[in-house]
Write a protein that binds this ligand. Structure first.
Ligand SMILES: [Zn+2]
Length: 125
Protein backbone atom coordinates (compact mmCIF):
# COMPACT_ATOMS: atom_id res chain seq x y z
CA UNK A 1 0.00 0.00 0.00
CA UNK A 2 2.84 2.37 0.81
CA UNK A 3 4.92 1.57 -2.22
CA UNK A 4 5.79 4.80 -4.04
CA UNK A 5 4.05 4.93 -7.36
CA UNK A 6 5.78 6.78 -10.14
CA UNK A 7 3.64 8.94 -12.32
CA UNK A 8 4.18 11.27 -15.20
CA UNK A 9 1.84 14.11 -14.43
CA UNK A 10 -0.60 14.84 -17.21
CA UNK A 11 -0.88 18.42 -15.98
CA UNK A 12 2.75 19.51 -15.53
CA UNK A 13 4.64 16.61 -17.14
CA UNK A 14 6.78 15.98 -14.07
CA UNK A 15 7.92 12.49 -13.19
CA UNK A 16 7.05 12.22 -9.54
CA UNK A 17 5.75 9.93 -6.85
CA UNK A 18 2.01 9.96 -6.58
CA UNK A 19 0.57 11.74 -3.57
CA UNK A 20 -1.98 9.50 -1.98
CA UNK A 21 -3.93 11.16 0.80
CA UNK A 22 -6.76 9.42 2.58
CA UNK A 23 -10.02 11.31 2.48
CA UNK A 24 -12.16 11.15 5.59
CA UNK A 25 -15.76 11.97 6.08
CA UNK A 26 -15.96 12.30 9.83
CA UNK A 27 -14.03 9.30 11.09
CA UNK A 28 -14.80 7.14 8.13
CA UNK A 29 -12.31 6.86 5.30
CA UNK A 30 -14.27 7.50 2.17
CA UNK A 31 -11.51 7.33 -0.36
CA UNK A 32 -8.19 8.63 -1.41
CA UNK A 33 -7.14 11.84 -3.01
CA UNK A 34 -4.57 11.19 -5.66
CA UNK A 35 -2.51 14.17 -6.63
CA UNK A 36 0.70 15.35 -8.24
CA UNK A 37 3.25 16.48 -5.65
CA UNK A 38 4.84 18.88 -8.14
CA UNK A 39 1.83 20.93 -9.17
CA UNK A 40 -0.89 19.68 -6.87
CA UNK A 41 -3.10 18.51 -9.68
CA UNK A 42 -5.74 16.15 -8.33
CA UNK A 43 -6.58 13.05 -10.29
CA UNK A 44 -10.27 12.29 -10.18
CA UNK A 45 -9.85 8.55 -9.87
CA UNK A 46 -7.27 5.79 -9.92
CA UNK A 47 -8.02 5.35 -13.59
CA UNK A 48 -7.04 8.97 -14.25
CA UNK A 49 -3.61 8.60 -12.67
CA UNK A 50 -0.87 8.68 -15.31
CA UNK A 51 1.14 5.85 -13.83
CA UNK A 52 4.62 5.81 -15.28
CA UNK A 53 4.57 2.02 -15.55
CA UNK A 54 1.29 2.21 -17.42
CA UNK A 55 2.80 4.61 -19.91
CA UNK A 56 5.27 1.93 -20.95
CA UNK A 57 2.85 -0.96 -20.50
CA UNK A 58 1.21 -1.05 -23.94
CA UNK A 59 4.48 -1.99 -25.64
CA UNK A 60 5.39 -4.54 -22.99
CA UNK A 61 2.01 -6.17 -23.17
CA UNK A 62 2.02 -6.17 -26.93
CA UNK A 63 5.39 -7.91 -27.05
CA UNK A 64 4.38 -10.42 -24.42
CA UNK A 65 1.12 -11.16 -26.18
CA UNK A 66 2.84 -11.47 -29.50
CA UNK A 67 5.52 -13.89 -28.32
CA UNK A 68 2.96 -15.88 -26.40
CA UNK A 69 0.69 -16.06 -29.39
CA UNK A 70 3.55 -17.15 -31.59
CA UNK A 71 4.52 -19.84 -29.15
CA UNK A 72 1.00 -21.19 -28.96
CA UNK A 73 0.77 -21.07 -32.74
CA UNK A 74 4.01 -23.02 -33.07
CA UNK A 75 2.83 -25.69 -30.70
CA UNK A 76 -0.42 -25.97 -32.60
CA UNK A 77 1.52 -26.32 -35.81
CA UNK A 78 3.70 -29.04 -34.39
CA UNK A 79 0.74 -30.98 -33.16
CA UNK A 80 -1.25 -30.77 -36.36
CA UNK A 81 1.45 -31.85 -38.77
CA UNK A 82 1.18 -35.18 -40.55
CA UNK A 83 3.93 -36.61 -38.40
CA UNK A 84 1.55 -36.64 -35.45
CA UNK A 85 -1.61 -37.47 -37.35
CA UNK A 86 -3.41 -40.77 -36.90
CA UNK A 87 -3.68 -41.05 -40.68
CA UNK A 88 0.06 -40.74 -41.20
CA UNK A 89 1.62 -43.96 -42.42
CA UNK A 90 5.31 -44.50 -43.02
CA UNK A 91 6.67 -47.29 -45.13
CA UNK A 92 10.17 -47.79 -46.48
CA UNK A 93 9.36 -45.92 -49.68
CA UNK A 94 7.17 -43.05 -48.74
CA UNK A 95 5.19 -41.19 -46.13
CA UNK A 96 1.54 -41.59 -46.81
CA UNK A 97 -1.72 -40.07 -45.66
CA UNK A 98 -4.26 -42.85 -45.34
CA UNK A 99 -7.10 -40.32 -45.26
CA UNK A 100 -6.21 -38.48 -48.45
CA UNK A 101 -4.52 -41.41 -50.14
CA UNK A 102 -1.53 -39.34 -51.10
CA UNK A 103 2.11 -38.92 -50.33
CA UNK A 104 2.85 -36.41 -47.60
CA UNK A 105 5.80 -35.02 -45.74
CA UNK A 106 6.15 -35.38 -41.98
CA UNK A 107 5.92 -31.61 -41.66
CA UNK A 108 2.80 -31.29 -43.81
CA UNK A 109 -0.47 -30.44 -42.17
CA UNK A 110 -4.10 -30.42 -43.12
CA UNK A 111 -7.46 -29.35 -41.70
CA UNK A 112 -8.46 -32.99 -41.26
CA UNK A 113 -5.66 -33.64 -38.81
CA UNK A 114 -6.67 -36.16 -36.21
CA UNK A 115 -4.61 -36.77 -33.16
CA UNK A 116 -2.64 -39.94 -33.20
CA UNK A 117 -3.22 -42.17 -30.22
CA UNK A 118 -0.68 -41.90 -27.46
CA UNK A 119 0.81 -45.26 -28.33
CA UNK A 120 1.70 -45.94 -31.97
CA UNK A 121 -1.15 -47.88 -33.49
CA UNK A 122 -0.65 -50.92 -35.62
CA UNK A 123 -0.94 -49.65 -39.22
CA UNK A 124 -2.50 -52.95 -40.21
CA UNK A 125 -5.55 -52.37 -38.03
ZN1 LIG B 1 1.86 17.87 -11.92
Amino acid sequence: MKIPVEIICTNCGTEAFLNREPVYEGLKKTGEELSCPACGFIFVSEAEVPFKAHAAAPNIFTDADRSKAVKVFDEGENKSICRYCADYVVNPFMQFCSRHKKEVQATDGCPQFSSAPEKPSNPLL
